[in-house]
Design a protein around this ligand. Structure first.
Ligand SMILES: Nc1ncnc2c1ncn2[C@@H]1O[C@H](COP(=O)(O)OP(=O)(O)OP(=O)(O)O)[C@@H](O)[C@H]1O
Length: 295
């Protein structure tokens, strides 16, 4: 994908099986929104091949659109309408697309209850708080009971309770076998919600795996906590090779050191490390395919 002479995505290849919950991460300007817009059929790619739910999104018709839900970063709508009016108008669009397997649309009052907006049902949209507004955005994305849901930074601006509510809701939606692709800058969110994390940098995917796989595959450091038996002092040491460091400690001070914990770096450390290395032009191809690790 190029905008004029500027190449933004180059050799990006990915496949998402039905029902998977995927978080797309990457630094500002990495191409996340562009990728998602191409998959939504909003943006025409300059080259390559795209298939979503069996169709090319740019050519797909109304029946395809009815199977896809979209939660944008922000969008304008009818500020003076009441919350339930907006949802009912959008819900009407989905009525012809109900199938014996999928009841469409989601009944408005049930959906408002589910997203925590039942009390705001009759409020004007321009009177909603930022968090309520975001819940309404998610409700708009869900009202057609999509098979595939795209969310662009769904919890930006929400307080901790609002974030947890949206995470719980996405967990429920994922249980209905809905495929979810969300962009986020929040690693905690990616870890809580997603089965799989994709990291995009310099126009391509530089990491692809479960949160645990990313932590183990990309972090160069581990944190080791030991306690000195005599003094009770706890020491924390960061090392790429905990086995060597512990062997040395246990040999130098036999019987004096008690090992408390060895744990891999946090997901954030692993993420920052892989992005830094990709941006420095390091070849990550050998470790980009992360192997399944025994838990
Ligand atoms: N319509 C456009 N015309 C020209 N350049 C664009 C356009 N949209 C995006 N870009 C450029 O393409 C690159 C990727 O942008 P994109 O919005 O996809 O990144 P992103 O990963 O979603 O960023 P962020 O995390 O900041 O939302 C950026 O360098 C951006 O400036």
């Amino acid at each position: 994908m190029a905008y004029g002479p500027k190449l933004v995505l180059d050799g990006l290849t990915l496949e998402i099986p039905r029902g998977q919950v995927v978080a797309l991460l990457g630094p500002n300007g990495a191409g996340k929104t562009t990728t998602v817009e191409i998959l939504e059929g909003i943006r025409r790619p300059s080259g390559g091949r795209v298939q979503v739910l069996g169709s090319d999104p740019i050519r797909a018709g109304e029946a395809w659109k009815a199977r896809v839900g979209i939660v944008l970063q922000s969008w304008r709508d009818h500020a003076r309408w009441r919350v339930h009016e907006l949802l009912e108008v959008i819900a009407d669009y989905y009525v012809p697309f109900a199938t014996p397997e999928v009841v469409r649309p989601w009944p408005t009052d049930e959906l408002l209850e589910r997203v925590g907006l039942a009390d705001s049902r009759d409020q004007r949209i321009d009177r909603l708080s930022g968090g309520q507004r975001r819940r309404l955005d998610v409700a708009v994305g869900l009202v057609g009971r999509p098979e595939l849901l795209f969310l662009d930074e769904p919890t930006t601006g929400l307080d901790p309770k609002g974030r947890r509510d949206i995470h719980d809701l996405l967990g429920d939606v994922a249980d209905l076998e809905t495929t979810i692709l969300m962009t986020t800058h929040d690693l905690d969110e990616a870890e809580k919600v997603a089965d799989r994390i994709l990291v995009l940098a310099s126009g391509r995917i530089i990491a692809d795996g479960t949160p645990d796989e990313l932590r183990l595959g990309f972090s160069r450091s581990n944190e080791v906590r030991v306690r000195d038996r005599a003094t009770g002092r706890v020491m924390v040491h960061s090392t790429p090779d905990p086995t060597a460091w512990l062997t040395e400690q246990l040999t130098l001070r036999p019987g004096e050191v008690e090992v408390l914990e060895v744990r891999p770096a946090s997901l954030e450390e692993a993420y920052l490390s892989v992005v830094r290395r990709a941006e420095a032009g390091e070849d990550l191809s050998e470790i980009a395919t992360i192997q399944e690790v025994a838990s």
